[in-house]
Ligand binder design. Structure first.
Ligand SMILES: Cc1cc2nc3c(=O)[nH]c(=O)nc-3n(C[C@H](O)[C@H](O)[C@H](O)COP(=O)(O)O)c2cc1C
Length: 361
C-alpha cells in the first residue's frame, strides 16, 4: 500500500499530498503540471516568461490532461514597468558585447524576444485569462499586491505568495494571501539570502496562514524536516525541472544531473534581481564586471535576447539555467509522478525514522 502524507493544506488546496510543483519559467508548462496534479500534488504553470496567449494554451492543455487543481504562477514586482515602452534601454554593456561576439562566431543570431520584463499590463492580462479559466490557485512571485488577492478571491481562486524574507511574508499576510511559501536562499530562480531553516523558523513564529517550505528541496528527508518544524508542505522546483515532462531543453536537464554541490551561484546578472542559476559562460562573462550591471527591469530587457538565442540553439554554455542548490543531489530524469511518489515515500520514511534515532518523552 502506498504511504499517506497529508496536512491541513491538502484540504485547502484540494490535493492528496502536500507537495507543490513550483512555477518555473520556460520549464513548467501544462504537461508537467498535469502529471503532478494527476499524481496527487499541485501542478503549476510558470506564467511569467510566456505570452498571455501561451498562458491560455497551456491552461487548456492542462485541462485536457487533468481534472486536478491547477496553479498559475505570475509576477507582480513593485517596480515592474507598466509596459515595455516604459523601459529606456542603454547600449549593450561589455559582458553582453562579449557574449554577442561568441554567439556570432557560432552563427547564432540574437534577436528581439516576446519577454515583457514582467510588465504589469502583461501580468494583469495573464491573471484575467487564468481567472476566466477558473484556475484554482494563483502564485505570486516577487510581491503580492492586495488588488491581486481581491481579484482572485472574488473569482474563487486561492493565492499563494513566494517570499524570501520575513518582512515580505508579513506584507503578503497583511494583503490577504492564503498560503506563504518561504523560500530559502538554496532555491533556484529568484531567491533571497536567508537559509531555509532560519527563514522557516522565523516566519512560523508569526504566520497566521499555512506556511510551505521551498529552496533546495530534492529529498523527502528535507521535506520531513520542514514538516517537523511546522511547515504544511513543500514547493519544489529544480527536482521537477529534471523530469521527463518538464519543458526545459534536454541539455538543461542534463546540466542539472551533472551539477555538483557548488555548481550554482546567486547573481543579479539575469534581470537585476537575485537569481540562483548554474554557472556557465553566460554567468562567467560578468565576473569582474559587476559595475556594468543595470537595475531591474533594464537588465532583464538587455539579457533576454541572449537567453532565448542560446536556448533556441541548445547551447548550454551560453544558456540561462536557473537551478536550486539541491541540483548536486539530482542524478536522474524520471517522470514527474515517480518523483512525487519518491518524495512522499522518503518523507514518510524519514518521519518514521525519527523514532529510531531520537529518544523523547
Ligand atoms: C528554471 C527555474 C525557473 C523559475 N522560474 C520561476 C518563475 O517564473 N516564477 C517563480 O515564481 N519562480 C520561479 N522559479 C522559482 C521556483 O518557483 C521555486 O521557488 C524554486 O525552484 C524552489 O527552489 P528549488 O528549485 O531549489 O526547488 C524558477 C526556478 C527555476 C529552477
Amino acid at each position: 500500500m502506498s504511504p499517506t502524507l497529508r496536512t491541513p493544506l491538502c484540504e485547502q488546496l484540494g490535493i492528496d499530498v502536500p507537495i507543490l510543483q513550483a512555477g518555473m519559467g520556460n520549464v513548467a508548462y501544462g504537461r508537467l503540471a498535469a502529471a503532478v496534479s494527476n499524481a496527487g500534488g499541485l501542478g503549476s504553470i510558470g506564467g511569467i516568461d510566456i505570452t498571455p496567449e501561451q498562458v491560455d494554451e497551456e491552461i487548456r492543455l492542462f485541462r485536457e490532461l487533468s481534472d486536478g487543481p491547477l496553479c498559475v504562477d505570475l509576477g507582480f514586482p513593485a517596480n515592474a514597468p507598466k509596459g515595455l515602452s516604459d523601459v529606456d534601454v542603454p547600449e549593450l554593456p561589455g559582458p553582453l558585447r562579449q557574449l554577442k561576439a561568441e554567439l556570432d562566431e557560432r552563427g547564432i543570431e540574437v534577436t528581439a524576444t516576446t519577454d515583457q520584463a514582467i510588465s504589469l499590463a502583461d501580468n494583469k492580462k495573464k491573471l484575467e485569462i487564468s481567472l476566466d479559466h477558473g484556475v484554482e490557485v494563483i502564485a505570486c512571485a516577487l510581491g503580492t499586491p492586495a488588488w491581486v488577492v481581491e481579484a482572485c478571491h472574488a473569482r474563487g481562486a486561492k493565492v499563494i505568495s513566494i517570499v524570501g524574507q520575513a518582512k515580505h511574508a508579513r506584507s503578503a499576510i497583511r494583503n490577504g494571501t492564503d498560503v506563504v511559501v518561504v523560500q530559502g536562499t538554496e532555491g533556484g530562480g529568484h531567491t533571497g539570502d536567508v537559509g531555509l531553516i532560519t527563514l522557516l523558523a522565523e516566519v512560523l513564529e508569526f504566520s497566521t496562514v499555512p506556511v510551505v517550505a521551498a529552496g533546495g528541496l530534492v529529498k523527502g528527508a528535507q521535506i520531513a524536516a520542514c514538516l517537523t518544524m511546522g511547515a504544511q508542505g513543500a514547493w519544489v522546483g529544480t527536482r521537477f525541472l529534471a523530469s521527463e515532462e518538464s519543458g526545459s531543453e534536454d541539455v538543461f536537464k542534463q546540466a542539472v544531473v551533472e551539477a555538483e554541490y557548488d555548481s550554482t551561484l546567486r547573481s543579479l546578472l539575469f534581470d537585476g534581481l537575485h537569481v540562483r542559476m548554474l554557472r556557465n559562460r553566460f554567468t562567467e562573462v560578468w565576473e569582474g564586471h559587476e559595475d556594468e550591471l543595470s537595475p531591474y527591469p533594464v537588465q532583464r530587457v538587455l539579457t533576454m535576447p541572449f537567453k532565448y538565442a542560446a536556448m533556441k540553439a541548445r547551447l548550454k554554455t551560453h544558456m540561462s539555467m536557473p537551478s536550486g542548490a539541491g541540483a548536486g543531489m539530482i542524478t536522474d530524469l524520471p517522470g514527474a509522478a515517480e518523483i512525487l511518489e519518491r518524495l512522499v515515500e522518503e518523507t514518510v520514511e524519514a518521519l518514521r525514522g525519527v523514532e529510531k534515532t531520537v529518544e523523547f518523552s
